[in-house]
Design a binder for this molecule. Structure first.
Ligand SMILES: NC(=O)c1ccc[n+]([C@@H]2O[C@H](COP(=O)([O-])OP(=O)(O)OC[C@H]3O[C@@H](n4cnc5c(N)ncnc54)[C@H](OP(=O)(O)O)[C@@H]3O)[C@@H](O)[C@H]2O)c1
Length: 269
């Protein structure tokens, strides 16, 4: 992707993390970036060659080819209504990272002819390790690849059907909280076994990274990696089975399903 203008409307936590990813991934060098928020004083340091900072969403949208909407879900309809007069389906791709705002809700405002894409990253975007699930309408076509290039700068992407977006929100965005709790529990266990809290957390975090990297590197099933560290009659299998007797896997699955039911009910209201 070259010589495009990317506007990030709502340069808050997520919007700024996407911008940093564009800088680090080299996309900002070959394209122009516009950042907007109502109060731009926090963006003073960013103003520069290829970055325009403004509080005028319409100015940003008019100049942009790709418009990334990173405002809160409740603010999204108002922002879209505001930029609608300058939008052109032949020029603009509309990308939203807002949770639970559907493509149909957005096209109801801007019109059916637009390429509209939803992206669901997670907070690991700040360290360029997000998992971002992407869903698009029928008009998006080749634009999906451009959007993947943007989010590949801040981790990995996967294109999914929009009906899977709620599941993606649970596994991918809420998933960060679930893994944090798992790491916290491992840390607490380490403290009980005699490590101080700082060392216990460092060991837990690096071991978690190592486990994930093993699977990311070799694509193995987790159980085959478990087989490598479980000596028959050994301490690992005994600890693992004790965790399962107390419902480890079942608790995780039930938690995911409960979150999914909650997000589904929230959407219906
Ligand atoms: N955090 C996550 O894990 C996560 C994951 C996936 C998706 N999301 C979604 O990402 C979106 C942003 O989340 P966030 O955590 O980055 O929120 P945030 O930090 O509150 O950022 C939103 C930004 O929008 C700006 N804004 C508000 N109204 C605006 C307007 N009319 N025009 C231009 N800018 C405006 C705000 O700045 P001003 O007040 O100065 O305008 C603020 O900086 C949400 O929709 C959320 O659902 C978040």
């Amino acid at each position: 992707m070259k010589d495009k203008t990317i506007a990030i409307i709502g340069a808050g936590n997520l919007g700024l993390a996407i911008y940093k990813g564009l800088e680090n991934g080299g996309i900002a060098n070959e394209n122009s970036i516009i950042l907007t928020k109502r109060d731009t004083s926090s963006l003073e340091d960013i103003k520069g060659n290829h970055v325009l900072v403004t509080s005028d969403n319409s100015e940003a949208a008019q100049k942009a080819d790709l418009i990334i909407l990173a405002v809160q879900p409740a603010q999204l309809p108002g922002v879209l209504e505001g930029i609608k007069p300058v939008l052109d389906p032949a020029k603009h791709t509309i990308i939203s990272v807002a949770t639970a705002v559907s493509i149909a809700q957005m096209t109801a405002i801007v019109g059916e002819a637009f390429a509209v894409i939803r992206a669901m990253p997670n907070t690991a975007i700040a360290v360029l390790e997000s998992m971002t699930c992407i869903a698009a309408n029928d008009h998006a076509g080749g634009k999906i690849e451009e959007v993947q290039k943007i989010f590949n700068c801040v981790g990995k992407t996967m294109v999914i059907h929009e009906e899977m977006m709620q599941a993606a929100t649970v596994v991918c965005a809420s998933g960060i909280a679930f893994w944090m709790r798992f790491i916290r529990a491992t840390t607490q266990g380490g403290v009980q076994l005699g490590f101080d809290a700082v060392d216990a957390q460092e060991i837990a975090v690096q071991t978690c990274l190592g486990a994930a990297s093993l699977l990311a590197g070799n694509g193995n099933h987790p159980e085959s990696e478990i087989d490598r560290v479980t000596t028959p009659s050994g301490c690992t299998i005994e600890g693992l089975n004790e965790m399962e007797h107390h419902g480890l896997s079942s608790a995780l699955i039930k938690g995911l399903v409960t979150s999914y039911e909650r997000i589904t009910n929230m959407k219906k209201k």
